[in-house]
Design a protein around this ligand. Structure first.
Ligand SMILES: Cc1cc2nc3c(=O)[nH]c(=O)nc-3n(C[C@H](O)[C@H](O)[C@H](O)COP(=O)(O)OP(=O)(O)OC[C@H]3O[C@@H](n4cnc5c(N)ncnc54)[C@H](O)[C@@H]3O)c2cc1C
Length: 438
């Protein structure tokens, strides 16, 4: 890609929450912007579990990157996966979907490629226990959950039926709690009266968590509230347990207290929400810039979010590591905006770099309808109030008015009728189409 003007060229890798904000912050800056992403859509990950359980469509939680940037005349979009970086030549190599490559020169580079699911040295679990980071993950999980009820309906043997109606979720952080609660709500409300042989409300949902309380990033009081609602929903929580094996037919755990005591739960559906690690491109960036990756493969950054010794490269969002900031949406969005602001200033001839200051607005997790927890400074919200606050926050963060309105309509319809209409399952890769529920 060659330069058509003398304006500095800013390349942003990743159009997630951090990358999109960086691009938008550069709208009026004296620069050209190229946004590279391996997908065509900007995804709002915090609602992935609602897509996986048939509440929202994939279109409701994602927006085409080109559409989001169509009024930003200085922005170009490239579909492709960044796979190599030459920091001396300031060149990024991108692999297009047809596997051809292109080189893109930059004056400033912003890397915002996020994280992926971590199996902590047990990558063989991935084939049986999908994580939840991408749209593909959400659709694969939907296929397994909906498929499990369908298979159970036509199986005469009661024990096998029970296996198909058992769902194990590994990890009791926000995503694990949210998906576990949603499976119970799907089973008890949305699927009621739809099956003739099975009673979907008998679905057993196991929440397997290594810590001593769910939602460990929230206060103990909100954890207890969340646990109480999970108990009421019928989620079976096991604390202090490690998942030591996952197969197509069961999940194995040991307890921290008695490591030799092995328990196997027969289940056909295991989901994995127990950790994240940097995507492979983080390793490419670290090697090219000569820095050591930190916790989970994150890249350490300076006060202005640029990389030490490389004042022309910024790393923002989940993949960057500074002051133990959490991997949450606000950190990514504010970080993206900050990198954009510093670059705009430099492009205007500025030389100083403002440090990044994170404003913590708090965190929120959905437990069940009319129940969510929100923690912001000294303010703790739970129950109905927490649920309303959670809804407002998530609608405000969704990209695009159409998605916001559509989501509010969908939530309202679900509340009024208990139904979930986004339950279509796809068969994914034709290679695996013969085993759509695996
Ligand atoms: C299931 C789930 C629920 C969550 N819930 C909440 C919540 O309730 N509240 C909250 O604050 N946070 C939540 N988060 C965290 C929040 O979504 C992340 O902190 C945020 O998305 C991080 O933004 P990012 O820009 O760093 O990465 P991402 O948003 O992950 O974006 C990364 C982008 O980079 C692209 N990419 C990756 N590799 C390449 C490559 N090599 N080349 C080109 N493009 C590439 C990807 O396609 C993607 O578009 C949740 C996350 C998940 C997964």
């Amino acid at each position: 890609m060659t330069s058509a003007t003398n304006q500095p060229h800013v390349v942003i890798v990743g159009a997630g929450l951090g990358g999109l904000q960086a691009a938008r912050r550069l709208k009026r800056a004296n620069v050209r912007v190229t946004v590279v992403d391996r997908g065509t859509s900007h995804l709002f990950q915090p609602l992935l579990y609602q897509c996986a359980t048939g509440l929202l469509s994939e279109g409701a939680i994602s927006s085409p990157i080109r559409h989001l940037l169509k009024r930003q005349r200085n922005a170009h979009v490239v579909l492709g996966e960044a796979e190599a970086l030459d920091a001396q030549e300031r060149t990024l190599t991108v692999c297009r979907p047809d596997e051809s490559t292109m080189e893109i020169g930059y004056d400033y580079l912003v890397v915002a490629v996020g994280m992926r699911t971590a199996y902590h040295g047990n990558d063989e679990f991935a084939q049986f226990a999908p994580g939840m980071k991408t749209l593909d993950d959400a659709l694969a999980i939907r296929r397994r959950i909906i498929g499990a009820f369908e298979v159970a309906e036509s199986i005469p043997d009661a024990e096998s039926r029970r296996e198909w109606l058992t769902f194990a979720v590994s990890g009791g952080g926000p995503t694990g709690v949210e998906i576990a609660g949603q499976i119970r709500e799907l089973a008890t409300l949305a699927l009621e009266h739809e099956f003739r042989t099975i009673d979907p409300s008998e679905a057993r949902v196991l929440l397997l968590h290594g810590g001593d309380r769910v939602l460990p990033s929230f206060s103990p009081k909100l954890s207890r509230r969340a646990q109480h609602i999970l108990d009421e929903l019928g989620v079976e929580t096991h604390l202090g347990v490690h998942v030591t094996d996952v197969t197509a037919e069961d999940v194995e755990t040991t307890t921290k207290a008695e490591p030799k005591q092995v328990v196997r739960y027969p289940t056909r559906t295991t989901l994995w929400t127990a950790g994240v690690e940097a995507v492979p491109f983080a390793g490419v960036v670290a090697r090219a810039l000569g820095v050591e990756q930190g916790r989970g493969g994150r890249i350490p950054v300076e006060a202005d979010l640029s990389v030490a010794g490389h004042p022309d490269v910024w790393v923002v969002g989940d993949m960057s590591s500074r002051d133990n900031l959490p991997g949450v949406a606000e950190v990514a969005m504010q970080g993206g905006r900050h990198a954009g602001a510093v670059i705009a200033h430099l492009a205007d001839g500025g030389t100083d770099r403002a440090p990044f200051k994170y404003r913590d607005f708090g965190s929120a997790a959905y437990i069940a309808r009319r129940h969510a927890v929100v923690e912001s400074g000294k303010l703790d919200l739970y129950g109905y109030l927490g649920w309303v606050a959670w809804g407002v926050i998530h609608i405000a963060f969704l990209a695009g008015m159409r998605n916001r309105l559509g989501t509010v309509l969908n939530w309202s319809a679900t509340l009024l009728t208990d139904s979930r209409r986004e339950r279509a399952i796809t068969f994914g890769d034709p290679e695996t189409a013969r085993q759509p529920y695996r």
